[in-house]
Design a protein around this ligand. Sequence first.
Ligand code: SAH
Ligand code: SF4
Ligand code: F3S
Length: 443
Amino acid sequence: MGNKKIHIITFGCQMNVHDTERMKMIMKHEGYDWSESPDEADLILLNTCSVREGPENKVHSQLGRLKPLKESNKELLFGVTGCVAQQKGEELIKQISYLDLVVGTDAISSLPDVVKKVKESGKAVVQTEFQEREEYQFVEIDTDYNFSKFSDFVTIMKGCNKRCSYCIVPYVRGREISRPVDAILKEIEMMAERGVKEITLLGQTVNSYKYNGVDFASLLHKINEINGIERVRFTSPHPKYFTESVMDAISELDKVMEHIHYPLQSGSNDVLKHMRRQYNSELYLSQIEYMKNKMPQLEITTDIIVGYPTETATDFEETLKVMKIVEFDNSFSFLYSPRPMTPIYDMEDPIPEDEKKERLYKLKELQEEISKSRTSKLIGSIQEVLIEEENDGRDKNQFSGRSRGNRKVFIDDITGYKLGDIVNVKIISGSVHALKGEIVSPK
Ligand code: SAH
Ligand code: SF4
Ligand code: F3S
C-alpha cells in the first residue's frame, strides 16, 4: 500500500467540489495520495458536470488532452465520475476507448471496488446504479479528509425532487434525500475542532431539508449553537421553501451570514410557469422585501436563464424589471441549453441565436450597472471579514477573505492578526469582484 497517486479534475457546482474532496478521502484509505499534477498520477478522474452543453463537452476535450499520459504509462487508469458519468454510463466507454471506469453520483463509495475490478479484469467497469432511499448512505468524513483551513462544505441533502423543465440535475443526482441531523451536527463539530470557522450547507434545494421533523429553519438554529463555528452559509435555496421561519432564522441567528444566492431564473410569470418553477415573481419579490426589511445589509446574488424557448421580448423585459427592483449584487446568467432527459429537450426553439445573445448582453450590461452602484455603497463602510488566504502579490503578499455579504476583500497588512481571524475592515475601494480595505479592529 501507499505511494499510489490520484489526481481529480473538477467541473461544475459546489456539490462536485465537495464530492472531489470526499473521493480524495475515500482513496486515501486505499493508499492513494493526492497529486497536484496529472503527470505523476496512477489514477486520474474527471468529476464532471452536465448542467449545460458546454461543461459536458469539456469531458471529451480534457480526456483528449490527457491521452498521451496513458500512452506513455500503461498502468495509469482514467475515470469519469459525477453528472456526465451518471448521464452517459456505458456510452462513455463506447465513445472513449481508453477510459477505464465510470462511476455515477450515488456510487462514489464504491470507487475502491471499481478500481480493484478494473485491475483484476483488465476491462472497463461502469457503476451508475442509484441507491434506494432505504439503503442510501451519505459519505461520512473522517480524519483522512483534507479539511479546508477555515471554510468548508457540509452536505445536508442529496438529489432533487423538482422537475424544472430545462434541468438535468434530478436525472443525474436522483431523488432528494435529507441527511440525518445527528450526522450533520457531528460533522460540523468535527470541523470546528479542526479549526474550520465557516461552513456552507449544500443541497440542490437546500431549504427543503427535512429529517424526522427537523426542517431547514430548525437545523439552522441547531448549527448556530455549535462552538467554534462562526459563520454559516447555504446554497441554493428555492423560493417554494423560503418560509417565514427560514427568513427569520437567517435574520435572527448571528452566525448565519447576510448573503443569499437566490436563483430567479426568469422574471416573467409565463416563463416561470412553463419552467415549472412553482413560484411567481410576486412571491419572489415579496420574500426579498421581507428579508430586506429585516436585514437592510443583505446581499443577494442569483442565476438567470436567458433565451428560454418560450421567452418573448416582453418576458425578457419582465426579467430586467425584477432585476431593477431587487438590485442583485451579482448574477450568473446563462443561455438556455437543451439537455437530454429533460421534458423540453425536443421542444421547438423559435428564438434566433442572435436575439438570445443580444438579450444576454443586455442583461449583463444592466447587471454591471447595478453591481457598480451596489459596490459603491460599500466604499467607506466597515465590513466583518474572515481572513482566509495569503496571496502572492507582485511586490508583497496580500491577504484576502470574505465579508458577511460574501464579497471578496483584499487586505494589504494584517499585522497583529493571523489567518483565520475575523476582523472589522474599512473598505477603501472596490469592484464587483473584489473590495479592498484596511483592518480597523478585531470583530
Ligand atoms: N438547484 C438550483 C439550480 C442548480 S443548476 C435551483 O433550483 O435554483 C445551476 C444553474 O444552472 C441554475 O440555477 C440555472 O440557472 C442553470 N441551468 C440549469 N439548467 C440549465 C439549462 N438547461 N440551460 C441553461 N442554464 C441552466
Ligand atoms: Fe434543477 Fe429545478 Fe432541481 Fe434546481 S430545483 S436542481 S433547477 S430541477
Ligand atoms: Fe453540474 Fe451536477 Fe452540479 S450537473 S451543476 S455538477 S449537480
